[in-house]
Design a protein around this ligand. Structure first.
Ligand code: PXL
Length: 270
């Protein structure tokens, strides 16, 4: 029967070196045994040294991408990545509200790991006030969480307070990634706050490497993939943390500088 196989959607920018953005999402969907569809919102030209150019796709084209998927596929979960300006965010919101594409994972992409801005300053409020309230899960990194929660995070208690504040923005479930910028740290602890009120820490080893591009994209894509298969949010969060940790630890030598994580690393048995 058509559409029996679980299908997930990434609504994201294309990253020409394949390490992050839509390409990282599709690698993750494939690896987690979910069929991956994509609505491309923007294209970035870059490599492991950095990003060198970016363009947005026209609204009419993005609308058509959504329509074509809705006319034929059964998308069971979606995720957003790079949405560079307010118009783009609103185009995505309009289409997401028009069709049934399952629960939405919002990765609130603001900058790259290496400081390139991926979201215009003026779009930040649109992301926070209009997109995040539609999210089933948000997956901010440490810096995005501080910006969105409007507070500094220094302690475990601060992580918990920030997660509560993020929930107040309207997202149902919060996956807050812990800091990995403390000298000498050996562990990274993420904090998850669920719709039910349950919360827990997910702690993994810190692995010092420059080959970490696409980590955040892959974590949120893994959550979306699991949701598309019917996994509950707690289990999806646990699987995603392990999936990404394994992909970081099993480095592949691609590119000269900030290379991609390894989506092939043995992660079938999570
Ligand atoms: O990892 C964040 C990200 C998201 N989307 C695109 C990117 C990047 C980082 O490089 O290029 C398209």
């Amino acid at each position: 029967m058509a559409n029996e196989f679980p299908q997930a959607l990434t609504i994201a920018g294309s990253d020409s070196d394949g390490s992050a953005g839509m390409q990282a999402d599709l690698h993750t969907f494939f690896r987690r045994h979910v069929y991956g569809a994509s609505v491309m919102t923007a294209c970035v030209a870059g490599n492991s040294y950095g990003i060198h150019d970016a363009v947005n796709l026209p609204e009419s084209f993005i609308n058509q991408e959504f329509k074509d998927l809705a006319d034929d596929y059964h998308i069971r979960a979606s995720k957003t990545g790079m949405l560079s300006d307010s118009d783009l965010i609103r185009t995505v919101i309009k289409n997401y509200q028009k069709y049934d594409f399952g629960p939405l994972v919002v990765d609130p992409v603001i900058t790259t790991k290496h400081g390139n801005m991926l979201l215009e300053q003026s779009a930040y409020k649109t992301l926070r006030d209009e997109l995040i309230p539609l999210a089933y899960v948000i997956t901010p990194n440490f810096f995005e969480a501080q910006k969105l929660a409007e507070m500094e995070i220094k302690t475990d208690e601060d992580m918990k307070t920030a997660a509560e504040k993020l929930k107040d923005l309207g997202a149902k479930n919060i996956y807050l990634k812990g800091s990995h910028h403390n000298p000498g740290q050996t562990k990274v602890s993420d904090y998850v706050l669920l719709e039910s009120g349950k919360s827990f820490w997910l702690t993994g080893d810190f692995f010092p490497t420059d080959r970490k591009n696409g980590t955040g994209d892959s974590l949120s894509a893994c959550i979306a993939a699991e949701l598309a298969k019917g996994t509950d949010i707690e289990q999806a969060a646990r699987i995603a943390k392990k999936f990404v940790d394994i992909a970081i630890k099993n480095e592949i030598q691609v590119g000269h500088k900030f290379g991609p994580i390894n989506h092939w690393a043995p992660a079938d048995e999570l």
